[in-house]
Design a protein around this ligand. Sequence first.
Ligand code: HEC
Ligand code: HEC
Length: 326
Amino acid sequence: MSRSSRPRSPWQKSRALSLALAFGACGGEPPPPAAACPEAPAAEEVAAESALPSPPDYDAIPEGPFGDAVRRGERIFRDTQTYAADYVGTAHNCDNCHLDGGRRPSSAPMWAAWGMYPDYRKKNDRINSMEDRLRGCFVYSMNASASKAGVAPPPGDPVLQDLQAYMRWMAAEVPVGHELPGRGYPALDRPEPAPSASAGALVYEAKCALCHGDDGQGGALKGGEMLFPPLWGENAYNWGAGMHRLNTAAGFIQANMPLGKGGSLSDREAWDVAAYINSQERPQDPRQEGTVADADVAFHDHDCMYGDSPADGGATLGVGTGQSAE
Ligand code: HEC
Ligand code: HEC
């Protein structure tokens, strides 16, 4: 696949540089493992190959107040750790799960989401505005209850305003109210026999640990910037996040991981490794009021391992990190 000659945002450039530095500039000494230097193809490359809508070039961001808001929104999206620090309780940025600044098809891109709200969500059984949806990713995927503010940005907050300006700009050419190809994460058929966390452990060790760490805690550059997000443990997405569902994680992983080699895992491997990651402890489901068993009944009627008892006799899954077993 040829590299795009389209202009890239300064954030994409600095990210590529960080990755290169982390791996001794890809080709330096000692040579990095083969998997270590890739960069996911840019959204417009994927779009060009598949006739999907292509988000606009960054140099098309207009001057003036709207353009300023779009630029701030992009900054928040790509470096949430810095620009919405008060509301982030994990080691994540939005674009860790919505790749390429929320532009990449099959990684729940923002241009495909924009025209689909307000919409009903089973998760909270009501119509959700885009603000509600964004706040949801703060509460669960970014575990806002462990952040400095202890909550998601309140409705009307400039963080939510700027993120929406960025999305609005990105979706300018996209028809509203139509489910677009590339929206969300791909749906994979559930394999028979059922996904196996123990088989997934082997996939993890061979294909993921290099970047996400043997213990799933991710990895930082010397300066402290988190380059490889944690997949479990106290800095990871919590038990209420979409990514804890095996089907969601399997779809994301198959399409996007290992980074730069999306599509290389078999569906089976993706399901197994999704089961492995999601059978590890992580921060508690913020909706839990009584026991894990209560929350399991109330909120986890989907494909996940919440409330399961691990085969090795360990604590029930869902207890959370930093909480004592009940
Ligand atoms: C070459 C390094 C690399 C490898 C190998 C890799 N990842 Fe990732 N992974 C990343 C990076 C970097 C991100 C964040 C994406 C971004 O910001 O562009 C990420 C994001 C993720 C996410 C979403 C973010 C989160 O914290 O939940 C999951 C899940 C994930 N990877 C799982 C896997 C699995 C499973 C494998 C093995 C099959 C794997 N990754 C292999 C680098 C890697
Ligand atoms: C740990 C991974 C993760 C992180 C970090 C994350 N999200 Fe999400 N996001 C998801 C998942 C999973 C979904 C549901 C995708 C699906 O099921 O199709 C989602 C869905 C969304 C949607 C709706 C997409 C659609 O098509 O309806 C929006 C909008 C969104 N996220 C915005 C954000 C923003 C903004 C941030 C940063 C504040 C963020 N997300 C951080 C995982 C994450």
